[in-house]
Design a protein around this ligand. Sequence first.
Ligand SMILES: Cc1cc2nc3c(=O)[nH]c(=O)nc-3n(C[C@H](O)[C@H](O)[C@H](O)COP(=O)(O)O)c2cc1C
Ligand SMILES: [Mn+2]
Length: 502
Amino acid sequence: MAVLRDLREWIALLEREGELVRVPAEVDPDLEITEIVDRTVKAGGPALLFERPKGSKHRLLINQFGTERRMCLAFGVEHLDDVARMVSDVLEMQPPQGLMDKVRGLQKLKSIADSLPQTVRSGPVQEIVLEGGDVDLGLLPVQRCWPGDPAPFITLPAVITRDPRSGGRNVGMYRMQVIDGRTTFMHWQIHKDGRADWLATEGRIPVAVALGLDPVTAYSASAPLPKHIDELMLAGFLRGAPVELVKGVTVDLEVPAHAEVVLEGYIDKDELGEEGPFGDHTGYYTPAEPFPVFHVTAMTMRRDAVYPSIVVGKPPQEDAWLGKATERIFLPAIRATVPEIVDYDLPVSGAFHNCCIVSIRKAFPGHARKVMHAIWGLGMLSLTKCVVVVDAHVDVHDYAQVLFYAGANVDPARDVVLAEGPLDHLDHAPERQFVGGKLGIDATAKWPEEGARPWPEEIEMSPEVRALVDRRWAEYGIELVPPAGNGPIGETPRSLRQLLRR
Ligand SMILES: Cc1cc2nc3c(=O)[nH]c(=O)nc-3n(C[C@H](O)[C@H](O)[C@H](O)COP(=O)(O)O)c2cc1C
Ligand SMILES: [Mn+2]
């Protein structure tokens, strides 16, 4: 498949694939779009291009990521695990053995070298340039999502900063409450890289915000990479073509040449205001808190720019699939440090940080506890509130199976770990913000050294009888219909896949 260069090629692909509906009716970005999208996402429905958002000349694209099929289309793969395979190919590189191995190794290295963003002289994102007093965020159909939200906020931005010490670029997705036509808040939370760049900068940090990107680059802004890795490099690697950048008009930053809209500006070290409260992916309104103010010095656009949006709220929402992509894409990196991990699942209804189910090849007593602590020490997974560990043969994506072992194999007096550590910025449950309890459940089969009586054998039918019944099935005259899935998003991804296949 050809590399998607920009949002427009993506929209065209969605349309060809029957994955996009154009909505000609005038629709209000104030609440009405949220309700339409909420129903569409929950029904596993199409991406929506609102052609007449009330009060704006710009079309609004939403639900572009809302199903597993669209997520796979975005990455040009059959299954999200195919993306993970590309990553593990590079991570698991061994010193080459023979000549063929060397050639293959060089190809892999070349694919990394080709991932680096490329600076070009000009790009369509600067077809229209509004500077200073001409900047007007009111031109964009920015959504107000939930009834308790005090203002609209930009929901799907790729926020670009540089670390003043290393010069390394960062791209993150942080909501931006609109204050007026030329200012917004910047909601980078305490654990995030953009915030670290801001805190490390004396005085004023230049910031650029890209809106409306090819889907892989947009996804990459949400990827929890280690701080020193440029998200645009990941995007280039996953797309198989570098992200093209042009120099900003008013900031010393480079911006995606094929974005629909770019907001350039700056954030001062000590200018804060009360941001929020906003309905967020926790399913609750997160309380107002001080966050910095972003001043827009230039707004550049393509002609007829399409404004991209998303709604976060009580799961499942569209961002479920951004999270699932991250879950799959980061598995090889997790296994590179904790190789006994077979697979893991972050349930959508756990809002990603509340629960992690992980299967391991258990090799020594206390192994499940070792893995819990590894998870609590690993990047953004460290914010995980509850970790459930199961044995290698358990399908972590089948929640009924997981619940079975979490019940059958667990003595709560022996197999539950209560620990403490950092928690998600927006978690309202702990007594104090940012820190609190962690729950680990060891649902593996226990060993004598772990204080277990002889562990009983699990019931399994013998292979001979299975084969016999396979052979004779037609004779019995019994017709079985595969069970339907539980719902369109995430709850049991396996049954979702079954649904998609039918
Ligand atoms: C739709 C969406 C909205 C998000 N909003 C925020 C936000 O407002 N603040 C924040 O800190 N993270 C938010 N995130 C999560 C970050 O984008 C994510 O943690 C990313 O890794 C941040 O980049 P960084 O690791 O370079 O800081 C959001 C993610 C998505 C998918
Ligand atoms: Mn980052």
